[in-house]
Design a protein around this ligand. Structure first.
Ligand SMILES: CC(C)(COP(=O)(O)OP(=O)(O)OC[C@H]1O[C@@H](n2cnc3c(N)ncnc32)[C@H](O[C@H]2O[C@H](COP(=O)(O)OP(=O)(O)OP(=O)(O)O)[C@@H](O)[C@H]2O)[C@@H]1O)[C@@H](O)C(=O)NCCC(=O)NCCS
Ligand SMILES: Nc1ncnc2[nH]cnc12
Length: 303
């Protein structure tokens, strides 16, 4: 395995060089000719494309879109797109780290820097922390797969290479996720990643395929997949803001939409808009499901 690449990646990765836009240094790729031949910038671009496509989609229950800010008063679509643009070189850096054979410690350090870059770009708003984590790990897996030709899904690579350390990693005592985990005994973003992204492979990707059978409009496929995710995922954002009643309300509304024929039924868009408004009125926002939709679009794009 590419030990030399891993060592190069650790040494070469650093802070912000003066006079250059904030973003990761690319020395890791230069230190490893084989890893340098992999299109890590392309992986980063596709990851941010996934985030941008998710933001652009409307209607999405309670979530930010170009039409309105849903359940949020601290962010809008322009801030979210700025965040997605800012993250692109960091996703590329995570792909490069994966291609260099890096361990979880290295990925975590890059992820923490990416979170700081996001906060700086958004004026301190948490637009994409969960996405940095999940999408970032998938980017690392895509880099690893391209470098070592590993078989299986990107999710399986994440679980196999980094799953144990993800499960045992440091837990912030007061993060919304850890508060919810204690109150509701749910695993959130960390369990999703450590388990190889079951909601991505068992819900989002099959629902995108099903959406294509139900309707011709690509927006409809994505709306269908998002509603399927809301039904099946314990989204810690819904739990934090709405408790178990909020989660149950969200899941019942999404279930009702799917049972009424989803995007194949006439008037689906108006029904989805009504549900979006009902979520916004209760301040409910399934940010984790939005991230998983973006990750599904990424996984399809790099297949
Ligand atoms: C492991 C971390 C993700 C930190 O975890 P935390 O303990 O905070 O855990 P979670 O709450 O479980 O997850 C955090 C975010 O993950 C998204 N999410 C929620 N549920 C799920 C789920 N079931 N599966 C997957 N992902 C999930 C969600 O992120 C999105 O929503 C955020 C915006 O929502 P908003 O409503 O605005 O919420 P807040 O800002 O929190 O508050 P209020 O507005 O209500 O006041 C946004 O982040 C979206 O992306 C959850 O919020 C991770 O951060 C960590 O450990 N990082 C260290 C670096 C690292 O290890 N990186 C690895 C390599 S990249
Ligand atoms: N569109 C969106 N609105 C609110 N929170 C999100 N987290 C990820 N995408 C989001």
């Amino acid at each position: 395995m590419g030990v030399g690449c891993a060592r190069g990646a650790r040494k070469g990765y650093g802070g912000q060089p003066p006079g250059r836009p904030r973003g990761p240094v690319r020395v890791s790729a230069l230190a490893c000719p084989v890893a340098a031949a992999i299109d890590c910038d392309g992986i980063g671009r596709r990851a941010s494309d996934g985030l941008r496509a998710e933001v652009a989609l409307y209607p999405k229950p309670g979530l930010v879109s170009p039409v309105d800010s849903g359940a949020h008063d601290d962010m809008d679509a322009a801030v979210m797109i700025r965040s997605a643009d800012t993250l692109e070189p960091w996703f590329a850096a995570l792909a490069r780290a994966g291609a260099a054979g890096s361990g979880m410690g290295r990925l975590r350090a890059i992820g923490i820097e990416a979170e700081a870059a996001m906060m700086a770009a958004t004026g301190g708003v948490n637009t994409h922390r969960g996405a940095i984590f999940g999408m970032g790990l998938l980017c690392a897996a895509a880099g690893f797969r391209a470098r070592y030709g590993a078989g299986g899904t990107l999710g399986a690579i994440v679980a196999g290479r980094w799953g144990r350390e993800i499960g045992q990693g440091p837990v912030a005592l007061h993060s919304h996720g850890s508060v919810v985990a204690r109150r509701h005994a749910t695993g959130g973003a960390r369990a999703e990643a450590a388990g190889g992204f079951p909601s991505l492979y068992r819900i989002a990707l099959p629902a995108l395929a099903e959406g294509r059978r139900l309707a011709a409009d690509p927006d409809a496929h994505r709306v269908h997949a998002l509603f399927a995710l809301i039904v099946g995922v314990d989204d810690t954002n819904l739990l934090y803001r709405g408790g178990s009643d909020g989660l149950a309300f969200a899941q019942a509304k999404a279930r009702g939409f799917l049972d009424a024929g989803s995007v194949a039924a006439p008037g689906w868009r108006d029904r989805a808009i009504a549900i979006h408004r009902a979520f916004a009125a209760r301040r409910l926002s399934p940010g984790g499901c939005a991230d998983l939709l973006a990750m599904a679009l990424f996984v399809e794009a790099v297949a």
